[in-house]
Design a protein around this ligand. Structure first.
Ligand SMILES: Cc1cc2nc3c(=O)[nH]c(=O)nc-3n(C[C@H](O)[C@H](O)[C@H](O)COP(=O)(O)OP(=O)(O)OC[C@H]3O[C@@H](n4cnc5c(N)ncnc54)[C@H](O)[C@@H]3O)c2cc1C
Length: 424
C-alpha cells in the first residue's frame, strides 16, 4: 500500500494551523493540515457561551481579512471568531483535513523526514509544525480532594450560570477567564467568591483608544519575554457587554467576595494566602503605569486625544480587601461549585522527537525546535507577548515558513556544478 507523502505536515487546525497554511501556500510549499475535530474547535466547544474576543474586531484578526458584518470596534462572539477562521481557511484554500488526529510522530531512521501515525493511516512528512495550541490541557491544582462535596470544574467546562447547581460559587483565578466568569455569575444573582492572584489589568480604553492600541504603539505586544518576576502574572481584561475595565473593587462593591490565592483544603475548609491586598495593589500599579505611559506617548507625539482624569480615580478598598477572609468553610458558606480558572499545560505526548528540554518544555528559538524539521507554533511568548494571540501567531507563522523554505533550499543543493533547484 502506498504511503501518503507531504512536504510539511501541520498538526492542528486552529488559528495557528491556518496562519501556517497561508504562509506555506504563499511560498509554494506543499503541505497538509490535520485537525482532529473541526476548524477552530476550541472556540466552539471549549469556551463558555457568552465569551467574546478580548480584543476588538479591527485588531484580533489576520491581516488578510476583516470580520464580516461586525463593527470593527466591537468584540466578536466566540462562534463569530470560529466562523471567521472557517471563512479564512476557505479564502486561502487551505488544505485542511478535519476529523483526523495525529497520534504519533517519529523521526525516520537513516533517512530524512518523519513517520506520522494518524487516526486515518500513516503519512510521511518532510517537516512537522505542531500547532496544537497554547492552551492544551486544563490544569486544576490538587487542592480540593475530588471526593469533597462540591462540584469542581475547569473554566473550559463552564458554559453558563444555569449549568451550575444552586448555591454560591468559588472562582479560582482572576485572569480574563476567571474574572469574566465570576462577573457573569454575580450578574446572574449568584453569591461569588473570587480568588485573586497576581495580575495585570490594563484599562479597557484610555483617552479614546482601546488598550490593544496602547499596547501596540507602546511596543508591549512585541516584548520578547515577561519582565523579571512577572512570569506568572495573568492579564485580566474583558470585552463582555461592549467591553469595560476589570475593576475588582467595583465587583466587591456589587457583592463579590474577593480572597487571596487559594492555598489548601482540610476537612472542607479552604485557606487563602494573605496576599489579596498586595495582588490588588500590583494590578493598580500596572493599570496606573499604563496610563502614565499613554500620557507620555500623547505628549511626545502631540496627539489630540481627550483628557480622562477620572480614569485615575481608584475607589477605596472594600472590607473584603482591608480585612480579607483567610479561611472558608465550603459547607457553611453554601459553596456548591468551584470553577478553576487556573490555566493550562502543554501536552506533546504524541510528538516523540528530541525537541524538548529536561523539564519537558519545547526547546526552541522562535518556534524552530532543537530537532531539525520540527517546529512549534502558537506557544505563549513564542517570539513575543502577542504570539499566542490571533494577530501575533500570523507573524510567527511567517517566520517559520521562511525557515522551512530556507531549509528546503539547502536540502536541494547537490554540490558544485549542479544547478540549484528552487524548491520553494
Ligand atoms: C478563554 C480564551 C479566550 C481567548 N480570547 C482571545 C482573544 O479574544 N483574542 C486573541 O487573540 N486570543 C484569544 N485567546 C488566545 C488564543 O487566541 C486562543 O487560545 C486560540 O484558540 C489559540 O489558537 P491555536 O490555533 O494556537 O490553538 P487552538 O485553538 O488550541 O487550536 C489547536 C487545534 O489543534 C487540534 N489538535 C490538538 N491536538 C491534535 C492532534 N494530535 N491531531 C490533530 N489535531 C490536534 C485541536 O483540536 C485544535 O483545534 C483566548 C484564549 C482563551 C483560552
Amino acid at each position: 500500500m502506498s504511503i501518503e507523502k507531504v512536504e510539511t505536515l501541520v498538526v492542528g487546525g486552529g488559528q495557528a494551523g491556518i496562519a501556517m497554511s497561508e504562509h506555506l501556500g504563499n511560498n509554494g510549499v506543499s503541505h497538509l493540515v490535520l485537525e482532529r475535530s473541526r476548524i477552530a474547535e476550541r472556540w466552539r466547544s471549549e469556551r463558555w457561551d457568552s465569551l467574546v474576543a478580548n480584543g476588538p474586531a479591527w485588531h484580533d484578526r489576520f491581516p488578510g481579512m476583516e470580520f464580516a458584518d461586525t463593527d470593527p470596534d466591537a468584540f466578536p462572539g466566540k462562534e463569530t471568531v470560529a466562523d471567521y477562521f472557517v471563512a479564512y481557511a476557505q479564502m486561502i484554500d487551505a488544505p485542511i483535513r478535519c476529523g483526523v488526529e495525529v497520534i504519533e510522530v517519529r523521526r525516520n531512521v537513516g533517512r530524512p523526514g518523519f513517520h506520522v501515525e494518524t487516526s486515518d493511516g500513516v503519512i510521511e512528512a518532510g517537516s512537522v509544525v505542531a500547532a496544537t495550541g497554547p492552551f492544551q490541557k486544563p490544569v486544576i491544582p490538587p487542592v480540593v480532594p475530588e471526593e469533597a462535596a462540591v462540584l469542581q470544574m475547569h473554566s473550559t467546562g463552564y458554559r453558563n450560570p444555569e449549568q451550575l447547581p444552586e448555591g454560591a460559587v468559588l472562582v479560582v483565578g482572576a485572569g480574563s477567564s476567571g474574572g469574566q466568569i465570576a462577573e457573569e455569575l454575580l450578574s446572574a444573582g449568584r453569591q461569588v467568591y473570587l480568588s485573586v492572584g497576581p495580575h495585570d489589568r490594563p484599562p479597557r480604553s484610555y483617552r479614546g483608544r482601546d488598550f490593544v492600541w496602547w499596547l501596540g504603539v507602546l511596543g508591549k505586544w512585541d516584548a520578547a519575554a515577561p519582565g523579571p518576576g512577572t512570569e506568572h502574572v495573568t492579564i485580566s481584561v474583558s470585552g463582555a457587554n461592549g467591553g469595560h475595565t476589570v475593576d475588582f473593587r467595583r465587583l466587591a462593591a456589587r457583592g463579590m467576595t474577593l480572597v487571596g490565592l487559594t492555598q489548601s483544603c482540610a476537612d472542607g475548609v479552604l485557606t487563602f494566602a494573605p496576599d489579596l491586598a498586595a495582588n490588588i495593589a500590583g494590578g493598580d500599579e500596572n493599570y496606573l503605569s499604563l496610563l502614565d505611559e499613554a500620557d507620555a506617548y500623547i505628549a511626545r507625539n502631540g496627539l489630540d486625544l481627550p483628557e480622562e482624569p477620572e480614569a485615575r480615580v481608584i475607589d477605596p478598598d472594600p472590607e473584603c480587601i482591608s480585612n480579607p477572609l483567610l479561611e472558608l468553610n465550603l459547607e457553611h458558606a453554601g459553596v456548591s461549585t468551584i470553577i478553576w480558572a487556573t490555566g493550562f499545560a502543554l501536552d506533546y505526548s504524541w510528538l516523540k522527537v528530541d525537541a524538548f528540554d529536561e523539564s519537558g518544555k519545547p526547546d526552541h528559538q522562535r518556534g524552530v525546535s532543537s530537532e531539525p524539521g520540527v517546529y512549534f507554533l502558537g506557544l505563549p511568548w513564542q517570539s513575543r507577548r502577542g504570539s499566542s494571540f490571533i494577530w501575533g501567531v500570523w507573524h510567527d507563522a511567517k517566520f517559520i515558513a521562511d525557515h522551512i523554505v530556507t531549509q528546503l533550499k539547502y536540502q536541494s543543493y547537490r554540490g558544485p556544478g549542479h544547478p540549484l533547484r528552487d524548491s520553494a
